[in-house]
Write a protein that binds this ligand. Sequence first.
Ligand code: NAP
Length: 355
Amino acid sequence: MPPIPKGGTVAVTGAAGFIGGWVARQLLDKGYRVRACVRDASDDERVGFLKALPGHASGRLTLHSANLDNAGCFDDIFKGCHGVAHISHVSNYGDTDYVQMVCDHIAKSIDDSETVSRIIVTSSVAAVVSESNFDEMKARPVIYEDRFPDDQNPRRSGYSIGKVQAERAFAAAAEKQGRWDAITCCPADNVGPIQSRHQKNMGPWQHLIELMLLGECNPAVHGYRPWHTVDVRDDAACHIGLLESVFVSNGERYIAYSTDRINIEDVCRAIDRLLPELGYSTPDLTENLDEKGLQRRAERLAVYWGTDLRNDRVRAATGVGFRSLDESIRDCVESLITVGQVPVVLRDGFASRNQ
Ligand SMILES: NC(=O)c1ccc[n+]([C@@H]2O[C@H](COP(=O)([O-])OP(=O)(O)OC[C@H]3O[C@@H](n4cnc5c(N)ncnc54)[C@H](OP(=O)(O)O)[C@@H]3O)[C@@H](O)[C@H]2O)c1
């Protein structure tokens, strides 16, 4: 199927979210018309930043209340759209009947629109990697889009199950209908600037950086897994690039990842290195491991750092380049202070510039 036309109309689900907010903003910057789908278009704490965009004043950006738990909620919104960026979370990833219901009704709204030619389904690298399956990671350390989490792995989360289910459901619906394509984007760990205060509590990555600014750094979160990062602005560019690309086909998936990775304590240490004028007081790590725990952590880190997660396909299909992680961390911190109003713990002799 053809890509969406330049300057066409795109519906963005989850537009009040961290990634969706950047997709909406960058679509506007590139000249598109945007239908921002949020749960409550009157909730200015969550959607005020969208209403402040210049495209909203002119009418190029419109806001629409839609809760995807309600079948048919996108029927009117998708009519006349050329593309859909389906970025929002669902209410319960582990309930396969519910996930199927949501995919079915969104696919039906696309069918009925008669204008949508492509949907980007936001999945996750969690739907690519074998969760905590260290033997698998050692045996097959090069990880790219052909990999799916092992169905038999008892550690497999509802999140990865639901994401894979949704990818397949949309691709099957698109194939059956024959007039649109479903392309999956699998983002890595998003770091970068928030656009609205409520986004500091989401993430989880920007929220973990918020906790660092408040004086807490716990390397045990996510089982010591190093962050495999992508700047949220580059992730948004990948979503848009996949809507525009002539090199993609129904059912394909693309990992949005910069190839940067970092242990959580090094994210924390980077803050003072990148922003020395701030006077950030880098906290001690809040872990207390005995000999055995230290050994287990070292073993896990060795396996993770021995893997090679690849982004070749998304670069080839979209031409998107990726910012450095330093830039992402710096801009995330500055946005958490200015937009998020986070009160940073400072060293003696430094004062907050936020008042
Ligand atoms: N952040 C990451 O590092 C990362 C990595 C891999 C994959 N992803 C995937 O990327 C997508 C966006 O992530 P994000 O970090 O931007 O999340 P986010 O900031 O939490 O935003 C998600 C949005 O989903 C919307 N939502 C939740 N339940 C909904 C429902 N029942 N009906 C309609 N909207 C609903 C919320 O809308 P309202 O605000 O309007 O309530 C929210 O703004 C998710 O699918 C996530 O799984 C994220």
